[in-house]
Design a protein around this ligand. Structure first.
Ligand SMILES: CC(C)(COP(=O)(O)OP(=O)(O)OC[C@H]1O[C@@H](n2cnc3c(N)ncnc32)[C@H](O)[C@@H]1OP(=O)(O)O)[C@@H](O)C(=O)NCCC(=O)NCCS
Length: 323
């Protein structure tokens, strides 16, 4: 009931084209967000397979491991916390963490794989929020905004979050008193020029056309995820016209909002966008209200607690799964 026609929306939007630009406009944000990783652990070579995907040029692309999200996170610095989730790592008892509405939504998926991804993603959202709020995951209740963005109901602190999932990966962004939007997408062959023509701002579309064909698909998804992160931070989703604002397209850390539209002319200094590191074949971005915040990266376990690896307390989920 809380999510009328959401699946129809998703499949419809996923089939749409997207695309991007590049202009000489300089960043307007007060200090572009820095991305930090805390206490990165050494990566065990026998364990990196799920993330050690080849890059498009054939070279290995191993995403550095980020630490596990703490049991009692400190969000008071004002930073934006981004947790990357491996949806192919099971959580025992995940379904029991969800509420009736989430279980109903999960049951509507035709394929078990999609049901499992949805269930794991929502279980993780509850676990992460529960840690921030010192509440049990299953006790959390959500309210859904007019355009579908969920928020924690009756939260004791002003904790805001956003979820995005694509294939076996998801990102959750969390921040105190700051609107956040996150988006991840799998790069795949599409008619990106046509999509850009329809959905990107004219300058974004032109910039994409000006790129070498071999770079266009990646640039398209880079731009698309930045734009989606932004409209998700605004809480408006795809009801906000994608053609009426521009983001940068370059493949570096200078993700930014370049120009906003007549419908919302004063947004430039108010929002910051950051590109998120993701493994080869994915693009991801974060948007949040402007400020001197950093992206603080975390991740969930990359592989199941199998015989090859001893469970560690910081794996967190294991404790929940075992209850
Ligand atoms: C939000 C939206 C941009 C996400 O598209 P997507 O790339 O297919 O999906 P993502 O995985 O990145 O994000 C989905 C998550 O974003 C969140 N979300 C939903 N609506 C949102 C909104 N308006 N703003 C921000 N986040 C939103 C939800 O947590 C959702 O997860 P769930 O479907 O598992 O519950 C798109 O679905 C949209 O615009 N929906 C709006 C639909 C609408 O207007 N509904 C009104 C009646 S409910």
């Amino acid at each position: 009931m809380a999510y009328p026609n959401r699946h129809e929306h998703r499949y419809h939007f996923r089939d749409r084209p997207f695309r991007a630009p590049c202009t000489s406009v300089k960043p307007k944000c007060p200090g572009s967000p820095r991305e930090v990783r805390f206490r990165s652990r050494p990566v065990r070579r026998d364990k990196i397979a799920p993330m050690a995907l080849g890059s498009s040029d054939g070279s290995p692309n191993i995403l550095p491991e980020a630490p596990r999200f703490p049991d009692r996170p400190d969000l008071t610095s004002g930073d934006v916390h981004v947790v990357r989730i491996c949806l192919d790592v099971p959580i025992a008892g995940a379904t029991q963490l969800l509420d009736d509405d989430e279980r109903r939504r999960a049951s509507r998926f035709v394929f078990e794989r999609d049901r499992r991804r949805f269930t794991i993603a929502h279980a993780w959202v509850r676990i992460l929020l529960g840690r921030c709020l010192a509440q049990t995951p299953e006790s959390l209740r959500f309210v859904v905004g007019p355009y579908g963005k969920p928020a924690v109901a009756e939260a004791p602190i002003d904790l805001r979050f956003n979820l995005s999932h694509a294939g076996e990966r998801a990102f959750v962004a969390l921040a105190l008193g700051r609107d956040v939007g996150v988006d991840i997408d799998e790069e795949r062959p599409l008619d990106v020029l046509e999509l850009a023509n329809r959905f990107f701002a004219p300058a974004e579309s032109a910039a994409l056309r000006g790129m070498p064909p071999s770079e266009q698909t990646r640039a398209f998804f880079r731009c698309w995820t930045r734009k989606e992160a932004f409209i998700k931070a605004l809480r408006l989703g795809l009801s906000f016209p994608l053609r009426q604002f521009e983001v940068s397209m370059t493949d570096d850390d200078s993700a930014q909002l370049l120009r906003s539209c007549s419908a919302a002319p004063n947004m430039l200094g108010c929002w910051q966008i950051a590109q998120l590191a993701s493994e080869s074949g994915h693009a991801a971005a974060l948007a949040a209200t402007a400020g001197n915040w950093r992206v603080v990266r975390w991740e969930t376990p990359r592989w199941p607690p199998s015989a090859t690896r001893r469970a560690e307390p910081s794996d967190g989920l294991l404790a929940i799964a075992d209850r």
